[in-house]
Design a protein around this ligand. Sequence first.
Ligand SMILES: Cc1cc2nc3c(=O)[nH]c(=O)nc-3n(C[C@H](O)[C@H](O)[C@H](O)COP(=O)(O)OP(=O)(O)OC[C@H]3O[C@@H](n4cnc5c(N)ncnc54)[C@H](O)[C@@H]3O)c2cc1C
Length: 458
Amino acid sequence: MPSAPMDRLRERVRGQMVTPADAGYDEARRVYNAMIDRRPAVVVRCVDAADVMAAVDHARDHGMDLSVRGGSHSVPGFGTNDGGVVVDLSRMRGVRVDPLTHTARAEGGCTWGDFDHATHAFGLATTGGIVSSTGIGGLTLGGGIGYLARRFGLTVDNLESVDVVTAAGRQVVASDKSHEDLFWAVRGGGGNFGVVTSFEYQLHPVRDVVAGLFFYPVERAGDVLDFYRSYIDTAPEEMGAYPAFHLAPPLPFIPPEEHGRPFSVIIACWSGPADRAERALEPIRRAAPIVAEHVDTVPYPAMNTLFDELLPPGLQHYWKTAFATELTDGAIRAHLEYGPRVPAVNTAVHLYPINGACHRVPSDATAFAYRDARFATVIAGMWPDPADNAANTAWVRDYYRALEPHSTGGGYVNFMADDDQARVHDSYRDNYARLAAVKRAYDPDNLFHLNQNIPPAD
Ligand SMILES: Cc1cc2nc3c(=O)[nH]c(=O)nc-3n(C[C@H](O)[C@H](O)[C@H](O)COP(=O)(O)OP(=O)(O)OC[C@H]3O[C@@H](n4cnc5c(N)ncnc54)[C@H](O)[C@@H]3O)c2cc1C
């Protein structure tokens, strides 16, 4: 009879356990952000909910830190820890599509690439991430912003039910009909409430989209932002478009002499009827003189791979974020000061719109509280060389500080940094007290604390 705790865990787990003694440990402990270098006691590569229950029980019973990892994209590195247990869901990636009900059930370790691939075969999609390697788990639980959000709402607005392994090590189904409070809390409350082993989503008919990339001189960024702030309020909801600052990547449609230079950019995804695409894109084309543009009809999953090559695992990441109800003149001035200094071709400054269908959901209907925000800005610092960490982190911080007076207090929890814990309360505003109460009911000892944490109510 095995007696050591790790042996008992091994007896219960059908997937793979990787400890520091095992070959492959360095690969198993690695996360997407190469700045994070932690050494958990065990990574449990779960294959089913039973494995997840075993790993949760082990962490709880032995007072160990517990991380949950799906796509591994957490910039603060919540998907790993020092000396604790990692529930790695990356082997749980099945997706079942029901074409009759237009729903899909996806296991907790799926990436958006997995999900889009599976649903696209049925001509169906839902709001998801714009990079295919991002996990559905973390992205959904924090809210979920993507090209289809203006039309179909946030990812959480498309959630029908979840299977959750709670801190007690038991799995429950949470939906509008059972564990309603838990279902409310996981729609925006992040990984605070348990391990979601599968998500059920509502799907919509979306097959091909028209992708538009518009590069304007960075000196005209003020015109572009001024155009965008009024345009996006009334643009058809089939238009998922956001302004950005980028260094021009070496793409064939961009003149070679412009590669590596800073640009004001609008990235557009038209999911409406193809014959209306040109007319819908026309105002964007006229926002300012165009240096380079590319418009093409692509399968929806391909749209969500646009940035993939720029964003391999192993980059350094430091991000900051802010919600804003208005894109004020002051905010535009801050963007004009820092946006043109975007430091690396991998770095992205994106101003995602929160409007349309996102605004039709009341702010207390799900945990995602900022239904009146109109812009979610992310300063996504990403670069390859650790030697640039100090300078690039300072650029992200300075940029954020300049935007802060023109922003609401809270931010989108999925874009927040590890030094943003003090902003969690503001990010949930009036929903915070209810979240803390749900936390007390489902995780009274705060086992799930490696996240933008909501401690249990007293
Ligand atoms: C390159 C890149 C692109 C991005 N694009 C978008 C985007 O288009 N839209 C958007 O809204 N966000 C986007 N994000 C932010 C993204 O939503 C968060 O980084 C999110 O946490 C990633 O989820 P993950 O499963 O990949 O990460 P992980 O590191 O695996 O998980 C992050 C945390 O989420 C929780 N978690 C994850 N899965 C589960 C689960 N099954 N059950 C319980 N808790 C879980 C845990 O607390 C975990 O520590 C992007 C991030 C990156 C790095």
